[in-house]
Design a protein around this ligand. Structure first.
Ligand code: SF4
Length: 328
């Protein structure tokens, strides 16, 4: 395979809200705007931002649960939009998803063992003995006792259910797992266990993750690189280490300053973010962050800043902190 495992090019997703036949300018939710990134084998790319920033829409577009308005998603060099139903089914073997709420994403009428082996059985018939052996192996991989395979989701704790979801995602030996707020519904101590489990699985199997979260503490724990999204756009993309030690975009800086974790290295002049995220139906002109940004200048109200490479390799979209004319 040439190139990255996953490549996302200029992804755009607009949701029309209607507006009547005489309305010349129907309302449109601009959920994702010109988003590009790549993920390498065995890497964890985190996508972080406040609620409504478009990060979960990106997850749906990656899985082709929703079609992009513009742009492409290339998995192992193949544009997933070009796949017919049969090829897409095969493609999904390589890319699996873990959702936020394991209770609603697991079929309540199936046992844990049936849930875990169901994806494999969509491709091949398994004898009962093989099915149970596979379930036991996958349960052990996620730190659960094989006997759990006979229990229903309602008989499991939240942490156990999420481990079952992860075992199910692993059953087809994917190259990449899209985890959308996969630990947000869990207690803090269980969160840490699941994050450590994912990191162990990555080390053992070389699987890549796109890890979507609003929680900077979680991102700092698990990420190799982080893409910070604001109102549908990536505003900063950097290594996890560089981003937390020295956030460059004013939004990243404010987000880190507002994070509750006590051990974050704060930017020296960081101030907590104020105000609400504007509507993605009528986003502000120019830089969408300008109504909340303490550094905003006249240019910020007019021109959308481009993601610009910085000397340390990160990308930042800000007229003041990363002027395009000074890019490397
Ligand atoms: Fe603030 Fe302007 Fe930078 Fe946007 S472009 S983050 S408004 S300084």
């Amino acid at each position: 395979m040439k190139g990255p495992l996953l490549k996302v090019e200029n992804l755009v997703k607009h949701y029309p809200l209607g507006g009547g036949i005489f309305n010349k300018d129907p309302l449109v939710v601009r959920a994702v705007q010109d988003v590009s990134f790549s993920v390498e084998t065995g890497e964890t790319l985190c996508i972080v931002g406040e609620s409504g920033c478009g990060k979960s829409t990106v997850a749906r577009l990656l899985m082709r649960l929703s079609e992009p308005t513009e742009g492409r998603v290339l998995l192992e060099g193949t544009d997933i939009a070009s796949l017919n139903a049969h090829a897409l089914r095969d493609g999904r073997r390589r890319m699996q998803m873990v959702f936020q709420d394991p209770y609603s994403s697991l079929n309540p009428r199936l046992t844990a063992g049936q849930i875990i082996t169901e994806p494999v059985e969509n491709f091949e018939r398994l004898s009962r003995r093989k099915r149970e052996a596979l379930a036991a192996e996958l349960l052990q991989k996620v730190g659960l006792a094989p006997e759990i395979m006979h229990r229903l989701p309602s008989d499991l704790s939240g942490g156990q259910r999420q481990r079952v979801s992860i075992a199910r995602a692993l059953s087809l030996k994917p190259a990449i797992i899209i985890a959308d707020e996969a630990v947000s519904a869990l207690d803090v101590s269980v969160q840490a266990q699941i994050l450590n489990l994912l990191m162990d699985i990555q080390e053992e199997l070389g699987v890549a993750f796109v890890f979507i979260s609003h929680d900077l503490g979680v991102v700092e724990h698990i990420g190799h690189r982080v893409a910070v999204m604001y109102l549908g756009r990536i505003v900063e993309l950097a290594s996890c280490e560089a981003l937390f030690a020295n956030p460059v975009h004013p939004y990243t800086e404010a987000l880190i300053a507002a994070a509750p974790a006590p051990d974050h290295t704060k930017a020296p002049h960081a101030v907590p973010i104020e105000g609400e995220v504007p509507s993605s139906v009528s986003p502000p002109t120019g830089c969408a962050f300008h109504p909340r940004c303490p550094l905003a200048e006249e240019r910020c109200r007019v021109e959308v800043p481009a993601l610009t490479p910085m000397p340390d390799g990160r990308l930042v979209a800000c007229h003041v902190r990363a002027p395009a004319e000074a890019s490397v």
